[in-house]
Ligand binder design. Sequence first.
Ligand SMILES: [Zn+2]
Ligand SMILES: [Zn+2]
Length: 225
Amino acid sequence: MERYEKIGIYKIIGKTVSAVNVSLQCYLLYLVLPISIGLPLQILSFLAAYLAADLINGLVHMIMDSNDDYDSWAGPLIAVFHLHHKTPLYKKNNLLLVYFNESGSKIWLAGYLLIAAILIRATPIHPVLACIIVYIGILSSVAEVSHYCCHVSDSKTEQYLRYLGLLLSKKHHGLHHIADNVNYAFLNGFTDPLLNVVARKYSPGYKNTTDKHYALYIGSGTANR
Ligand SMILES: [Zn+2]
Ligand SMILES: [Zn+2]
């Protein structure tokens, strides 16, 4: 964790990943927006993407929470990911800035978006599938904003979106921080029943593993899941 704070390159990597992810998301939207699939299929694609993004990001979160490969080149990025369990604090920021900044922790998303662009440009992919793939890519960053709102802000709009089940509920996500190896999803948490089954079978959890590693760390906490 100290390596992350002392070596500026890791902060630059974060900003670069944010820029790559947001640029590719804009490019993909530009590719699929002219495609006409009709309103019912648009709504269905969006709902399917919502569930898939909740599940995929929850799985990545599960893998990262128990990852302790601190000696690798990505070690500082892995270590800093765990700090949110130590201090679940975020700086108050504009939501667009949160969207940009938090997209910087998603290196895997850059690869996903790049493959999506190649698939849509170079293969005869079905238009509905193209829309779902692009929405998953964008909702993966929205998940970061949903998690941020869950910890930081409580406006009337956010409360209403939580009531509709579109954003992560504070009570639901609170269990991830209180208990061990549960509720990894952070877009709206709908896929947590499935993720909890997977976690019980395959993940060692975080309370008795990575959460213990920051006991020696005296720096400030930072935001993540
Ligand atoms: Zn959290
Ligand atoms: Zn976590």
